[in-house]
Design a protein around this ligand. Structure first.
Ligand code: ADP
Ligand code: MG
Length: 404
């Protein structure tokens, strides 16, 4: 069945519309360091405002312990949202208490309020169905319908994501609609050649994705920390680089499956090896089978793909019609080891077809490296949620909106 979309809710003028957004932004000393998730909610919110709905925004932020904690207040987010919408946003100091009820009651057509962090209430994430349901029933009194748009949480069976969508008439907002549309194109009938680039820290985090995508792709390019487990599976020495010895058999199995099904599994031919983990480390480029042959010997640490590999990966990416990239190619947070990630990101912006960036750190990487969001076909806002979608898992927050 297809996802229920906004238009399925009919006219929303004058109605109280709860929008479950994902406003879980990174904060430093109360300042938002990346407002990407706030901006991602704007299309849905503006559409509701223009229809004359009375908009009640809710979200979680961080992981408070089921009780109010000023560190995780949504107040800075309310301010940022107000700036981005160019209109006042009322802020309720609780989630389902007096302040929330008053803020909602004061809304006029086209107004927006935001209620305090959902996770200040133990019911939001309760494993016990009845506890969760009871909290969802309280939330439901604040609205007439629910627009679910927090893609980053659709893999969670939580009160505002799942139960509330059962209680109230509900539909997906534009963000979830777009995420599902794009991710579905990465799993069903992708335009070919289809290239997947995987990196990041651990193979063990990405096993499900590799399993599900391996039979679907034409090429799988491996960078990041996980590349060393692949090199080790080939019998190469990897010095002090990240190695998951318990995944060697799994990785050998992937290599065998790739070969059997004609998938090109592309491993780096050169890497950047450092003397230590730090921006001031000494570093050299070496061949993938010579990691321990540098001056650093067995203490050498592979922190990025080498320039030859970066160029090859970039060429394969540019020559694709569909590209999914998850996981930085190196420790991009340290300037000397950001080149591989930058080269792959640059190539994604040149794809004549669909290019998708997924994963929290990968999205942060492309922004930090100075790429504009719209340089890519899509940057997924959901780290865990997009990976679980690509693993072929059933996501409760999507199933409840009709998606199967
Ligand atoms: P995402 O959040 O996009 O899914 P991950 O969480 O899997 O990505 O991985 C991101 C992290 O991987 C980054 O912090 C980066 O520094 C790290 N990383 C990349 N390459 C290496 C490497 N060679 N050694 C250690 N860590 C690495
Ligand atoms: Mg991550």
């Amino acid at each position: 069945m297809a996802l229920r979309t906004l238009d399925s809710l009919g006219s929303l003028a004058g109605k109280r519309v709860i929008v479950r957004a994902d406003l879980n932004v990174p904060l430093q000393d109360g300042i938002i360091t990346d407002d990407g998730r706030v901006r991602a909610t704007l299309p849905t919110l503006n559409a509701l405002i223009n229809q004359g709905a009375r908009v009640v925004v809710c979200s979680h932020l961080g992981r408070p312990d089921g009780a109010p904690d000023p560190k995780y207040s949504l107040e800075p987010v309310a301010q940022r949202l107000s700036e981005l919408l160019g209109k006042p946003v009322a802020f309720a100091r609780d989630t389902v208490g007096e302040s929330a009820r008053e803020a909602v009651a004061a809304l006029e057509d086209g107004d927006v309020a935001i209620i305090e962090n959902l996770r200040f209430n133990p019911g939001e994430t309760a494993k016990d169905d009845a506890t969760r349901r009871a909290f969802a029933e309280e939330l439901a009194t604040l609205g007439d319908v629910l627009v679910s748009d927090g893609f980053g949480v659709v893999h969670r069976k939580q009160a505002s994501v799942y139960d509330l969508a059962e209680i109230l008439p509900s539909a997906a907002g534009f963000l979830i609609e777009k995420e599902v549309d794009v991710l579905d194109r990465l799993t069903e009938n992708p335009e070919r050649p289809y290239t997947v680039v995987l990196g990041g820290s651990k193979v063990s985090d990405k096993l499900g994705v590799i399993d599900h995508l391996l039979p679907r792709v034409d090429r799988l390019l491996i960078g990041g920390g996980m590349l060393f487990t692949f090199l080790a599976a080939h019998g190469h020495k990897v010095g002090s680089s990240l190695l998951e010895a318990d995944q060697l058999d799994t990785v050998r199995d992937y290599m065998r499956r790739a070969q059997e099904s004609g998938v090109e599994l592309v491993l780096p031919t050169d890497v950047v090896v450092a003397s230590k983990f730090g921006a001031d480390a000494e570093h050299v480029v070496t061949s993938a089978d010579g990691i321990e042959d540098t001056a650093f010997g067995a203490s050498g640490l592979g922190l990025d793909i080498g320039p030859e590999t970066a160029e090859r990966f970039a060429a394969l990416v540019r020559d694709s019609k569909t590209v999914f990239w998850n996981g930085p190619m190196g420790v991009f947070e340290l300037a000397p080891f950001a080149a591989g990630t930058k080269a792959v990101a640059q190539a994604l912006t040149q794809v004549d077809g669909l290019s998708v960036v997924g994963g929290g750190d990968s999205a942060a990487a492309v922004r930090q490296l100075g790429f504009a969001d719209d340089a890519f076909g899509h940057i997924s806002t959901g780290g865990g949620a997009s990976l679980e979608f690509l693993e072929g898992k059933k996501l409760p927050g999507l199933e409840v909106l009709g998606w199967q």
